[in-house]
Write a protein that binds this ligand. Sequence first.
Ligand SMILES: Nc1ncnc2c1ncn2[C@@H]1O[C@H](COP(=O)(O)OP(=O)(O)OP(=O)(O)O)[C@@H](O)[C@H]1O
Length: 401
Amino acid sequence: MPILAIYNPVSGDGTAKAFFHDHVIPLLEQRGKAVERIAATEHAGHAGEILVDFLESVQGETTVVLGSGDGTLHEIINFLSSVTLKGSNLETPLPRLSFVLVPCGTANALYNSLFPPDGDGTSLDTVEYRLKSVHSFLQSAHTIPLTLAIATLSSAPSVHKRPSVAIAAVVVSTSLHASILHDSESLREQIPGVERFKVAARNNSTKWYNSFVTLLPAPATGRVQIYDPATKVFVDHPDSNEADPIVDLDGPFAYFLSTVNVDRLEPTFRIAPIAIKIPPVDASCDLVIVRPLRDPSIAWDNPEVREAYVPKLWNVLGAAYQDGAHVDLRYNSSGQVVTSGEGVTVVEYIRCGGWEWIPDEEDEGAHLLCSDGAIFHIEKGGRVVCSAATPRENAGFAVYA
Ligand SMILES: Nc1ncnc2c1ncn2[C@@H]1O[C@H](COP(=O)(O)OP(=O)(O)OP(=O)(O)O)[C@@H](O)[C@H]1O
């Protein structure tokens, strides 16, 4: 089985090159795994080109040892999904690609979800922790197929333009998360670590996003499901039934985030904890939604109300750092966020097959979409449809876990 090693020398704190040459490659060689090519990316988009070049020169299932964050994996998946191979490897569709992940990025959401770090996160920087996927490969452990979240961005119906597609292996979001990712990119040089996300979050804390949302059922259940913190299971969404399983949601939205394959976006930010507690049985997205108008103390939307809602939103996001405790939060009758009682939940935690987001034309901020950290602008009058897909056996992308 051909092995290719690719690392992104600028991801995270820039240690990928040293880590590969000091640890990853020596370990593979010592255990008799011949790496046919070791390549460093030289520019954005390069990882996909390196891989296609390699695939065109080899036969059969290929293993990629990837030293990067989630962004480089995202680039590879999108690049491969858009090319046709030439050369000796003419199999169509592509044979399964198995990734050995070496966490070298800033957030490493997929890696940290596959290999949850210790409670206090002290293991994160150890050589042992960063080589877990390599060891899994060396022990010939099984691979996990990656579910993909395929977002199709369309223009207004009057504009005759081909839709564009963004494929995510971790997260697709709008609202606060997309705004944070959009703004934090400009802070990358100044603040290389995860702290830049917190600064961008503070700058966007009073924004709400107006959009019309449709939730689509998952194939296995035929329903949109919602997590019930009282019974700790998913139940059918009250608006999803046999006759009409599709659910409509009105905004405004403060938070709208959809994940596949992961329960966290940073080592301790467990925003989608139920993805691990109750694993999905087929392709589906886990959605974390905050709609402030569910708060019984809020009757309308104005700047003062938005300002007053900020501590409640931080309460939700702070609880995500407490082992995903945000999914249990409720409002009491006066609108305070509490951890018990029978009030309406602050977060709507949804499991569904896909969703549609149609931003209000007047709301600029609602037109941002994040796909694994890459930011897209939804055109005025346009929309996004996102659906989850799991590859057929022997095709698609898989990871050693
Ligand atoms: N040699 C390079 N020079 C500049 N940019 C690069 C190079 N190689 C890759 N890139 C870009 O770096 C970006 C970030 O990479 P990556 O996702 O691996 O790290 P990260 O952003 O630090 O981690 P994470 O996505 O986990 O937060 C990618 O989108 C990729 O396009």
